[in-house]
Design a protein around this ligand. Structure first.
Ligand code: NAI
Ligand code: MG
Length: 331
């Protein structure tokens, strides 16, 4: 039995976490849970967004299933998500966007995996006020971080029999920073002649993704483009409620939905738990519980296919709980 750490998060976080754990239990996942409230609710009690106990648990278990946390707005607060990614050196953010044939979406047969560098770029959040008029933000690109994410993307292609890897950048303007990322990509590509590789400027990539998304297979890019492009790919498969992700380093792994805490629908009981559920399936795959993950995906697909019980983001009228019970029925 594997013990994992769970953060219930803010907004819709607690609703979708409880939903996912209920499904994992019914699917007989061989897991034990250490569950923590984190985020705003906790801050109001103990002046800390993520209590030390919760961090200790993750440090011990090395695997975290995390619900979205609202980013505090205001001076001196860094995004807690970014903090977790940096603190535990979760350098690879992997976001697979795969169409579900059962769902009624504009685009069909999409299968694009985004590899987002997760520790640097503009996301270091280092901004400097020069004077009343001018503020500078630092964009950091290093050889070390670029090489490891690019290598990981190529290795993923080999392991999962993917044909093509696209490097997304803006090296025409950011000649030194993105230039370095692109140069490293081209170097490493030489070690993988069996994988077709190409590079594309990020603005053109956006247009191409909407005009002809089927040309893409696996993509690798610096942090900020990865943030933006993966929201776009989630739109191609039916929205943020469906896109799972894994943040991985050498030692730790954190699985989370790509979406945020959705304050606009929090507490209404209508959030779609699928993205967090599919993130949990990625976790189960990595923990070697592949059959459990597949059973859950099959049950979810059946519910999607029947189209009787869907949450409002998927054009349905059901609540999170009705959706969860329907998945459990299929298990
Ligand atoms: P959001 O992803 O929370 O919401 C965007 C839109 O998608 C909203 O209309 C929302 O209702 C909808 N949506 C998102 N997830 C859904 C789900 N599971 N089911 C149904 N509808 C869903 O993005 P937003 O509003 O920009 O961010 C809200 C907060 O979340 C911010 O504080 C942000 O910083 C934080 N955030 C946290 C993340 C994390 O913890 N990894 C990631 C992204 C944002
Ligand atoms: Mg984002």
């Amino acid at each position: 039995m594997k013990t994992i750490t769970v953060f219930r998060g803010d907004g819709i976080g607690p609703e979708i976490t409880d939903a996912v754990i209920e499904i994992l239990n019914h699917a007989k996942a061989d897991l034990d849970y250490e569950i923590f409230d984190v985020g705003e609710a906790v801050f109001n009690k103990c002046q800390e967004y993520i209590p030390q106990q919760a961090l200790d648990s993750f440090q011990k278990n090395k695997v975290l299933l995390k619900s979205p946390i609202t980013t505090p707005i205001g001076k001196g607060f860094r995004s807690l998500n970014v903090t977790l990614r940096t603190k535990y050196d979760l350098w690879a953010n992997i976001r697979p966007a795969k169409s579900n044939p059962a769902l009624d979406t504009y685009f069909k047969d999409i299968d694009i995996v985004t590899f987002r560098e997760n520790t640097e770029d503009l996301y270091v959040g280092k901004e400097e006020v020069i004077d009343d008029n001018t503020i500078i933000a630092y964009k950091i690109i290093t050889k070390k971080a670029s090489s490891r994410i690019i290598k990981a993307a190529f290795e993923y292609c080999v392991k999962h029999n993917r044909k093509k890897l696209t490097c997304v950048h803006k090296a025409n303007i950011l000649k030194k920073t993105d230039g370095l990322f692109l140069e490293i990509f081209k170097d490493i590509a030489k070690e993988y002649p069996q994988i077709q590789s190409n590079s594309l400027i990020v603005d053109n990539t956006c247009m191409q993704l909407v005009m002809n998304p089927w040309q893409f297979d696996v993509m690798v890019m610096p942090n900020l483009y990865g943030d933006i492009i993966s929201d776009l790919t989630s739109g191609l498969i039916g929205g943020l409620g469906l896109l799972p992700s894994c943040n991985k380093g050498d030692e730790y792994a954190m699985y989370e939905a790509v979406h945020g805490s959705a304050p606009d629908i929090a507490g209404k009981g209508i959030a779609n738990p699928s993205a967090l559920l599919l993130s949990a399936c990625m976790m189960l795959d990595d923990l070697g519980q592949i059959n459990v993950a597949q059973n859950i995906r099959n049950a979810l697909n059946e519910v999607f296919l029947e189209k009787k019980v869907l949450t409002p983001d998927l054009k349905g009228h059901s609540t999170t709980q009705e959706f969860v019970q329907e998945i459990i029925k299929k298990l």
